[in-house]
Write a protein that binds this ligand. Sequence first.
Ligand SMILES: Cc1ncc(COP(=O)(O)O)c(C=O)c1O
Length: 483
Amino acid sequence: MIVLENNGKPLGLRLYDAITEAILSGRYAAEDRLPSTRELSARLGISRNSANAAYERLEAEGYVTVKAASGTFVARGARLTGNRMRPRKEERIGFGVKRHDVIDFKSGLPDGHLFPVERWSRTVASVLKSATPSDFGYGWPEGRIELREAISAYLNRFRSTRCTAEDILVTAGTTQAVGIAGRILLSERRSVAFVEDPLTSDIKSILSHEGGRPHPLRVDTEGIDPAAIPDGPAPALVYVTPSHQYPTGSSMPIQRKLALVRYAASSGCVIIEDDYDSEFRYDGPPLPSIQGLDPERVVYIGTFSKTLSPAFRTAYMVLPPRLMKSAREAKWLLDLHNPLIDQLALAAFIREGHYARHIARMRRVYRARRGVLVSTISERAAARGISAEILGGDAGMHLVARFPGTRFTKTALSALETAGTRVYPVSAHSLIPRAWEDSLILGYGSLSEEEIRKGVEIIISFVSSQAASARPRGTKRDHSISR
Ligand SMILES: Cc1ncc(COP(=O)(O)O)c(C=O)c1O
């Protein structure tokens, strides 16, 4: 079976990669016949031209031989012996063609079709034309002043922060920013890191990697409750996503934010405020940041991954002045600084108003998609008589759908994938066992309205088949789904 990785490369190249990997690893033996390009294009949903281009390259490089009128065969001597390549994860789980037509509700992905390509190219071209020789040299770890000024002006205006350009450190994504925060705040003496539960598993891994001991604080419909923080050793930090908790989507009311600030002051810890997608808020004005309440106690992190594209790997930290020196050193040790031309282009993009306009445009698009998702879930669930609850739909590019009584086990997920939709259970992000098993994170940023409708129909059909088979007690559950 041929598995194409979903990695954004052109399809022909992915096919070429998949086949060379199979040949080198010995999974395809010499003289094995490869499927015809016609078969492949039908099975994988790629064009004949892409399949032909991949086969021509494989033949030119000696991986395959073409025998007139009988087909394409794996050539002799193309196997990598003694150093067998590790099979890809999908293959370890089981062979199968990874479907391209699957509707993927992965969260956190902006719509790549709507990236402002023309405007961005013009901005980069103009930055390059006016760049001085030193712009092509090395820079400082904290980032270009032009970008830090643009970010601080933007944040103070739209996110109610209180900062200047001097407080900003430009980083390679939130991922790196959380790592830097962990590195400068965690120590052997103070290693507890309170984290929300559920939370994205990356954050937990990053904090553990930096020597932290993540300790879960259960999230309810208003985020974490500072009043419920257990007594015990004071933490070095508390990581929160107060404007739109990831993944549950809850937001913290002002009372809890203030209680958290008081807790930080009394315990001497720092609040890490991850404000990853609050630009997209649909029902009311943006929620103010915690940083604006107490800049001395908060490390605020924002990212361009949702508003523009995760491909930029650009985010920023707003740090209390006392932490800037050590954060700057940590950034220097990691990678010196973010790429300079990208920083200058982003600064111009923000300064000239294109960033705010792009966000406003995307907010309209995502609001419409959110509307379709919410209404289709309610309508389809009502039509089939099942109960569904939606959480956290007022902001961002994902929401949580709860289907009381349904368990999204591995078997269930694979049945849903077979039926044509890929979904992600909240339980995968929870440190607390067996919590959130009835809930799915549904990302809608990169799906069309049509895909959202179709995907929801599949999910609801599955939930309803589960409910039907659960009714007569003791009978076996049916994972088949009607399309
Ligand atoms: C909670 C949270 N914060 C931040 C991010 C963004 O990470 P980055 O800026 O490294 O792309 C994500 C990505 O999905 C996320 O889930």
